[in-house]
Design a protein around this ligand. Sequence first.
Ligand SMILES: NC(=O)c1ccc[n+]([C@@H]2O[C@H](COP(=O)([O-])OP(=O)(O)OC[C@H]3O[C@@H](n4cnc5c(N)ncnc54)[C@H](O)[C@@H]3O)[C@@H](O)[C@H]2O)c1
Length: 401
Amino acid sequence: MTSPQSPAAGPLGSRPLGTRPLGVAAIGYAFMGQAHSNAWRTVANHFDVPNFEQKVLVGRDAVAVAAAAKKYGWSESATDWREVIARDDIDIVDICAPGWLHAEIATAALAAGKHVLVEKPLANSLAESETMVAAAKAARAAGVRSMVGFNYRRIPALALAAKLIAEGELGSIRQVRASYLQDWLADSESPMTWRLRKETAGSGALSDIASHAIDQVQYLLGDTVTEVSGKLHTFTTERPGPDGPEPVTVDDAAWATLSMASGAMASVDVSRVALGQKNALRVEVYGTTGSITFNLENPNELYFLNGTEPIEVQGFRRILVTEPEHPYISGWWPQGHVLGWEHSFTHQIRDFLLNISTGTDPSPSFEEGYGVQQVLAAIETSSAAGGSTVAIPQIITISKD
Ligand SMILES: NC(=O)c1ccc[n+]([C@@H]2O[C@H](COP(=O)([O-])OP(=O)(O)OC[C@H]3O[C@@H](n4cnc5c(N)ncnc54)[C@H](O)[C@@H]3O)[C@@H](O)[C@H]2O)c1
C-alpha cells in the first residue's frame, strides 16, 4: 500500500506536477458515477493528495448529466466522452460506464496521455482486455498510470487481512472460501437491464461479482489461480423487457473451484438470486497456524483465530478495524467511529492520486484485471464443457501494494 502521507510531487505523464491542479473527468453518473463522485469530493478532506479539480462529468442525457454534475460537485457536464478525453485540461479519466465501453474509452484515453481508472471487471472479454493491457503498457512507458477498480482491496479490514497473511500470521494457506451473494434478481419479474444481456455485460453474476471474489482470493494470498472447474446457471431465463419478454443471456449464479500456484485451494460461489443476502461478500482463509473470516455486510470487522494459542483459549476474535494503526484509518475518525462501503472508493482514489504524484504504478494494474478476466473465461469454458478442469494460460503476478 502507498504510505499514508506520500509527497505530492513527481512525474505526471509528460508534464511536471504542480503547474496546475490535475483535471479529472468521470464517465457515467449512475451507480458507480455517484460512488466515485462522492470519493472525489471527499478524498482531500481526509488524505493529503495532490491538487485536483472535478472538471467534467460525462453521460448521454444532457439534462440528466448536468443535474448530476451539479449535485455531485463537477464544474461541467458533457455528452461526448471523445471530446472530453481530447481536452488539454483533463489529466485523469475515471470510467464508470458499463463494461462494453471500458476497452474503447480506456484505450483512447491512455493513447491521449490521460491516467485511467476503470471500473471492474476490466472488460467484457479477454480480447478487449488484451487491447487494454497493451495500451496500459505503452502508456506506462510514458509515465501514464492505469488502475482497475477492485475497490474491496481498500476496505481496511480486507487490507489488514492481506497484511496478516503476508506477515505469516496464518502460516501457509491451505484453503479459501469466497462467496458473493446478492438477491436483487430474486424476483423473476425484475425487468431486463444491460446487466442481463451477454453482449453488454459479458456474463452475469460471474463478471459482475465473481470478479471481485476472484480478485480477493488472488490479492489476499498474493497468489495466482492456475486452473479452475466451474458451473454457471440461469434460474430465470426470460424477463420483462421494454417490448415484451426477453431472453436472459447471462448466468444468475456461478460456482468454481480454483487451484492456486502455491498449492492452496479456493472455492468461489456467487449469486444475484440468493434471497435475503443483500451484498454479502464473505471471505474465509484457513492456514496452518491461523484463520480469518470477513463479511462485507459488517465491513469494520475482521475475525482472526490464532491457532498457536493453547487450545483452551482458542477462538475467533473480533478485530474492530478502526484503530489509527489499521490501513487507511488515520485519515478518518477516532477509534470505533465506523466506516462504510463507500470509503473503499475514497481510498482507491487516494491511492490512485498518490501513484500519479509519486510516479509509481497503481495496483490492481490492468494486467491484474486481465488475470481475473482469464479466470472468468476459464470458468465459462469449464461450465460449457460440463465442469472439466481448465488451465489458466498466462500466470499474472499479483501485487499486494
Ligand atoms: N466496484 C463496485 O463495487 C461496482 C459496483 C457496481 C458496478 N460496478 C461497475 O461499474 C461499471 C458501471 O456500472 P454501474 O452500476 O454504475 O452502471 P449504471 O447502469 O448504474 O451506470 C452506467 C452509466 O454509464 C453511462 N453511460 C452509458 N453509455 C455511455 C456513453 N456512451 N457515454 C457516456 N456515458 C455512458 C450511463 O449514462 C450511466 O450513467 C460497470 O463496469 C460495473 O461492473 C462496480
